[in-house]
Write a protein that binds this ligand. Structure first.
Ligand SMILES: Cc1cc2nc3c(=O)[nH]c(=O)nc-3n(C[C@H](O)[C@H](O)[C@H](O)COP(=O)(O)OP(=O)(O)OC[C@H]3O[C@@H](n4cnc5c(N)ncnc54)[C@H](O)[C@@H]3O)c2cc1C
Length: 475
């Protein structure tokens, strides 16, 4: 029987788990957190943070092609040192993961470096990295074991130069060419990154479209921009095998036209992610309810087992770090006797391509189906002074408005879209109408003016485009 007792034990220290631990500590709990691999989880070590550090470098490279127009002349093409880029990326990761360690200490959270296994009586056994075993019990347990890349079982998937999003971060040089299997958010972001760093990139996607949840109009524009840049986007192609053909990899896919093959120096598998249930085997034997491999929870993040909560990529949801963190806060609030429920209606979705894409709420198609009276308005970046000054005029902001003037959905493709979308998220969460956003003074010159102009257009009174003119009508 475990001797040490905690109020709350968190299993997994990703953005779900470490935030849950901090929140529980803030509420007065004695907290333990167990982490088997690295503080910060997927997000800080092999996900959000390294990808954004490398995408930052890639975006700088991408911007080099237009420097001469600004009067800046560099040798063309500029040279790129992947080894130094990896040093930069590692520095960023180290700083962020070190920060999580400091936060645990600052909040008096006990950190166990090892692999936890949990039972339904809330006893935790930890196989510590140093080889020892530790045991403790807890009043409440929050499962936050996250997810791992899904590796499909086709032949050659474990071969030479075949990578996934856990293993693609420390390459010695830019690949000459790369085939990205999977056109979801991770696949497309990484495709964009490798393209800007100088690789010849092909995306092979099984579905009829890449980026399935993205609004059709936004996706079409992004596909046009990426294709024009030279990224080969192949959809409706189900990869069947990967093989070596001399020095290169050959990816074979079945398409409507029959069998097609694609060659590249590297292959990146980015088809999906699956829940990581390591350490939860006993709980599953004891009846932990799951659904297609993910732990089933209610809106309070409670599982069917008393005192046991689950959050983040382990449960069904958006597969986003900020959602995992919010679920962590909700779980800890409930674990500590408060009442909190999770609301998935207003989840901002960022996609770090160039140009960026971000959206919140319903797509145009979803809104039109649910609310036939929904109105759609757009404002192009080409009419925004700051975007023109930045030389980033591709794209638009599009708002979908309900009959009371409420925002049903907002979609941005263009510069800094991932930051800008928060304005619409706050508006939706606060149930602001377009009129209230229109009445709010936005600073000039900023990209945020584009968000106001989109709702002014919805009010029939845009300033910087002719009234009633929409992108759809001008194309
Ligand atoms: C390349 C890439 C880019 C991404 N970019 C973004 C982005 O820009 N924005 C965004 O919002 N999301 C992004 N994501 C998704 C994001 O990383 C995840 O949604 C997020 O990490 C989920 O957090 P989590 O806490 O649920 O799980 P994780 O971050 O996966 O953390 C789970 C932790 O639990 C540990 N663990 C597992 N089992 C045990 C056990 N038995 N005992 C102890 N520890 C255990 C694991 O080692 C891991 O550290 C990206 C993902 C990838 C792969």
């Amino acid at each position: 029987m475990a001797s040490t007792h905690y109020n709350v034990a968190v299993i997994g220290a990703g953005p779900g788990g470490y935030v849950a631990a901090i929140r529980a500590a803030q509420l007065g709990a004695k907290v333990a957190i167990v982490e088997k691999q690295y503080l910060g989880g997927t997000c800080l070590n092999v996900g959000c943070i390294p990808s954004k550090a490398m995408l930052h470098i890639a975006e700088v490279m991408h911007s080099m092609s237009s420097l001469a127009e600004l009067g800046i002349n560099l040798p063309q093409p500029p040279t790129f040192d992947m080894k130094q880029a990896v040093v930069f990326k590692d520095k960023v990761v180290k700083r962020m993961t070190g920060g999580v360690g400091a936060l645990m200490k600052g909040n008096n959270v006990d950190v166990f470096d090892g692999t936890a296994s949990v039972d339904a009586s809330r006893n935790v056994t930890v196989a510590m990295k140093d080889g020892s075993m530790q045991q403790f019990s807890a009043d409440k347990i929050i499962l936050a074991t996250g997810s791992v890349p899904l590796i499909p079982p086709f032949p050659g998937v474990d071969g030479r130069n075949v990578m996934n999003s856990d293993t693609c971060w420390n390459l010695p040089k830019t690949p000459e060419s790369i085939i990205c299997v999977g056109g979801g958010v991770i696949g497309v972001e990484l495709a964009c990154m490798f393209d800007a760093l100088g690789s010849k990139v092909t995306i092979v996607e099984m579905l009829p479209n890449i980026l399935a949840p993205v609004d059709d109009e936004v996706r079409k524009l992004l596909v046009r921009i990426l294709s024009k840049r030279g990224i080969n986007i192949v959809t409706g192609a189900k990869v069947e095998s990967i093989a070596d053909e001399g020095e290169v990899k050959k990816v074979v896919a079945s398409t409507q036209k029959g069998e097609e093959s694609f060659s590249g120096e590297y292959v990146l598998i980015a088809v999906s992610r699956r829940a990581n249930t390591t350490g939860l085997e006993q709980l599953m034997e004891q009846g932990l309810d799951t659904d297609r491999g993910r732990v089933r929870v209610n809106e309070k993040m409670e599982t069917n087992l008393p005192g046991i909560y689950a959050i983040g990529d382990l449960v069904h949801g958006a597969g986003l770090a900020h959602v995992a963190s919010t679920e962590g806060e909700i779980a800890s609030d409930n674990a500590m006797g408060h009442e909190a429920t999770m609301d998935y209606n207003v989840v901002p979705n960022p996609i770090y391509t160039f140009p960026e894409v971000a959206f919140v709420g319903l797509t145009e198609a979803e809104a039109k189906e649910k609310y036939p009276e929904a109105r759609v308005e757009r404002f192009p970046w080409s009419a925004n002074g700051k975007a023109v000054a930045m030389g980033e005029t591709d794209g638009f902001t599009k708002v979908i408005i309900g009959k009371y003037g409420e925002i049903l959905g907002a979609h941005i493709i263009g510069p800094d879209a991932t930051n800008l979308v928060s304005e619409y998220s706050v508006a939706m969460r606060g149930e602001l109408t377009v009129e209230e956003i229109a009445e709010t003074i936005h600073p000039h010159p900023t990209l945020s003016e584009g968000l106001r102009e989109a709702v002014l257009a919805a009010e029939g009174r845009p300033i910087h485009i002719p009234p009633k003119q929409s992108l759809a009508r001008t194309r």
